[in-house]
Ligand binder design. Sequence first.
Ligand SMILES: NC(=O)c1ccc[n+]([C@@H]2O[C@H](COP(=O)([O-])OP(=O)(O)OC[C@H]3O[C@@H](n4cnc5c(N)ncnc54)[C@H](O)[C@@H]3O)[C@@H](O)[C@H]2O)c1
Length: 323
Amino acid sequence: MGDKQRILVIGAGGQLGQELVRTLVAVFGEDAVVASDINPEKGMYLPNCHFEPLNIFATERMASVIRKYRIKQIYHLAAILSADGEVDPHASWQVNLDGLLLVLDTAKRMHVEKVFWPSSIAVFGGNTEKKDTRQHTVIQPNTAYGIAKAAGELWCRYYHKRYGLDVRSLRYPGLIGHGCLPSGGTTDYAVDIFHHAVREKDYVCYLNRDTHLPMMYMPDAVNAALKLMQAPQRSISIRTSYNVGAMSFSPEEVYHSIKRFYPNFKIGYRPDGRQEIAKSWPLSVDDTIAREDWDWNPKYDLDFMTEDMLDHLARNGKRSVLV
Ligand SMILES: NC(=O)c1ccc[n+]([C@@H]2O[C@H](COP(=O)([O-])OP(=O)(O)OC[C@H]3O[C@@H](n4cnc5c(N)ncnc54)[C@H](O)[C@@H]3O)[C@@H](O)[C@H]2O)c1
């Protein structure tokens, strides 16, 4: 990608953004990537690329960043996640839906060629089938976050149909990475548990032991976004958001996977409000259409991911921060 084809990542300082930026820099080069976040301090976690502090509600500043760097693609990741969204549902709607509309509108106005925006399995609700949840099914989300994601998917399709904006989207399951600790999500336990294991601390899980949820390891999540963005337009048949699956497990199963390496590791269970959110989500999703359209093919299962997570965290022990 030449210097006239830069990529802007909005909300780059978060769990997904930091990993995505690292990969974009590796693939397209340091000068091709502009990371941005509302929090200017996140710049220190995003080295080797351009960084611009940016709030999605400051649309003129967004336009000037797009102009300055000749941005052709946007990855819009800024969000308030599911558990935090229940604390302030209106703020969740503002950031997750109003914020999306501002990004789509600015992208259209500034002639950005492609936009990536992640949706979530949170669009599904208690009335959706739990196992192998289909692409086209009942969408009745229970959370403020899920409501905004479901509406956002329809707006993405609208901007594509009405204005020709090439917006592409994935319904991510819970994301697990070793890069930074997540917060505010319902699946955060699946990252925290690894940090506890390497520090040889017992873990108390806020979900029940048998709560199965769809999950994905970060390298697969980043690869999915890149593959989707690189697919030819004619291959994209879903303009709301693609189901993408990788693995499905419960807290007890990830605990046993970790115990293979840390036999003294112990887990306890104290479910809180996040159990209710998790209960309304699928156990697994049917991602046949993503596999057919753009060759989606995840690499990591639970045991392979566990090995890789523990290896990285043990080697980077200093970065493992426990709360
Ligand atoms: N983490 C998951 O398990 C998961 C699962 C499904 C979907 N997703 C989606 O993936 C995307 C990224 O998630 P994440 O886990 O990296 O989230 P995160 O909370 O870790 O990061 C979000 C980033 O957005 C920034 N931000 C918040 N408000 C902003 C604003 N007004 N302007 C600019 N930046 C702002 C935050 O400072 C933060 O760095 C989100 O759209 C999320 O809904 C995540």
